[in-house]
Design a protein around this ligand. Structure first.
Ligand SMILES: C[S@@+](CC[C@H](N)C(=O)[O-])C[C@H]1O[C@@H](n2cnc3c(N)ncnc32)[C@H](O)[C@@H]1O
Length: 289
């Protein structure tokens, strides 16, 4: 990272769902790799990862572009850029990474060259205006370049329908409460613009052609190993924390028990936790002219 970039504080993250994004990214890495494939990254390509988080996709892209290629990592949160660089350094590919501190809500990131491919996963939905953010991503591409946007998919299923604590269907009601939280957070910001359509339409409206969608299944059955279990517990705790104001008192009490490592009902004691979810990617191409 250059000195001028180090001196830029960036903005506080609006992003990762747990305190250990690297652990979560490791669990989803197979799905991420599947979603990266349609980008068709080749040796020597110039690629951008917008919202790299802990950098697992950036690293995969850095390996794909080889020694002659470059990967720009664009994030508003300086800590994410540092994490990404640290991962690349331990893998010996940091010289292929160019960190750029930029908020995509401020428009097209100021890169010195156009990209062959742009990847962005679980970032754009943080922006107040998804159409404007999609146009900012499109602006990074050379004519004929390819964009893959990973957004949407399905919420995770980790618990049995009946945990024996509280009423059955706890996780389904958590999804609903979390969605109400997201809606309140999204529209609580001045300038938030209702998207009113799906991601494929948003990309097409931004000017991409040949837009297609594809989904990667994440299917990790019980019993979970220690690493996956820790991520599942951290993600559930984070969802419950955010959804808290929208949970009924009995559901909040059930979650408090299930997420308390000191309680006999702690989810960490269970052998029936799973991780079943789906991640969707949308691929489109910048027209030649
Ligand atoms: C949920 S994390 C996703 C990380 C990773 N791409 C993944 O799929 O796991 C969101 C990332 O986008 C970044 N981000 C959120 N809003 C942004 C914005 N407006 N401009 C640039 N980066 C942003 C966050 O700092 C974080 O690194």
């Amino acid at each position: 990272m250059t000195t001028s970039q180090q001196q830029r504080p960036g903005k506080p993250g609006t992003g990762t769902s747990t305190d250990d994004p690297a652990a979560a990214e490791a669990v989803y890495l197979d799905a991420t790799r599947q979603l990266l494939e349609p980008l068709g990254v080749r040796d020597g390509d110039v690629v951008v990862d917008v919202g790299p988080g802990a950098g697992s996709a950036t690293l995969a892209l850095a390996r794909a572009v080889g020694e002659r290629g470059r990967v720009y990592a664009v994030d508003l949160d300086h800590a994410m850029l540092e994490a990404t660089l640290a991962v690349a350094e331990s893998a010996g590919v940091a010289d292929r990474i160019r960190p750029v501190c930029h908020d995509i809500e401020d428009g097209v990131p100021p890169l010195p060259e156009r990209a062959d491919a742009v990847w962005s996963s679980w970032c754009v939905h943080h922006a107040r205006d998804w159409d404007a953010a999609a146009r900012a991503l499109l602006g990074l591409l050379r004519p004929g370049g390819v964009l893959c946007l990973a957004e949407g998919g399905l919420p995770a299923r980790c618990l049995p329908w009946d945990t024996g604590i509280g009423r059955p269907g706890l996780e389904i009601r958590l999804d609903e409460a979390h969605d109400r939280h997201f809606t309140q957070w999204f529209f609580g910001r001045p300038g938030a613009r209702r998207p009113a359509r799906g991601w494929a339409e948003i990309l097409t409206g931004a000017g991409l052609s040949e837009v297609t969608a594809f989904t990667a299944l994440v299917d990790i059955p019980a019993p979970l190993n220690a690493e996956v279990r820790a991520v599942v517990l951290a993600e559930l705790a984070a969802r419950v924390r955010r959804a808290g104001p929208f949970l009924t008192p009995d559901d909040a009490a059930a979650w408090a028990e299930l997420l308390d490592p000191g309680a006999p009902a702690w989810l960490g004691h269970r052998a029936d936790l799973t991780l079943l979810t789906a991640r969707t990617g949308f691929r489109g191409r910048r027209p030649q002219r």
